[in-house]
Design a protein around this ligand. Structure first.
Ligand code: NI
Length: 150
């Protein structure tokens, strides 16, 4: 085992400890190891996807943070071929939530998501995706074509 030391915002650590307590963890180190493992897995999973997907990016950001709205708009214009629709919710006085529908090559979907994740002022970004249905229309699944008339 390696020993590291790190600085964390007080609130983040308090929230983390709260989750560990709820889940019955005895050791903070074990909690951090599991969280890191989960982070790595999620990244690898996102990187291993291929082909066309349809999905939702949920993003929460602090609209008082200078430049963040402009940066988000810039990214969305850049990826306008991938982004189908978006909805903006003024969540609190300070925080906005944006729900963005993406459809296209997973490489592009991943790029948009990662660009947003890197922005300062952005608190949370989550991507969920599924097969985008192109195979449903033209696929060779016998059960599917059996029950479907074109
Ligand atoms: Ni807003």
């Amino acid at each position: 085992m390696m020993r590291i030391s790190m600085s964390l915002p007080k609130k983040l650590l308090a929230d983390f400890d709260e989750v560990l307590k709820d889940r019955g963890y005895q050791s903070r180190s074990k909690g951090i190891r599991d969280a890191l493992q989960d982070y790595i897995l999620r990244y690898q999973w996102m990187n291993e996807m291929e082909g066309e997907r349809i999905g939702v990016i949920t993003i929460i950001y602090d609209h008082h943070y200078t430049g963040v709205m402009e940066d988000l708009a810039e990214i969305q214009h850049q990826f306008r071929d991938t982004i189908t629709a978006s909805m903006h919710i003024h969540m609190t006085v300070r925080y906005c939530m944006e729900v963005i529908i993406v459809d296209g090559d997973v490489k592009d979907i991943r790029s948009v998501t990662e660009k947003m994740m890197k922005l300062k002022g952005v608190e949370h970004v989550k991507l969920t995706s599924t097969a985008n249905g192109k195979n449903f229309d033209h696929g060779t699944d016998p059960d599917y074509s059996h029950n479907h008339t074109h």
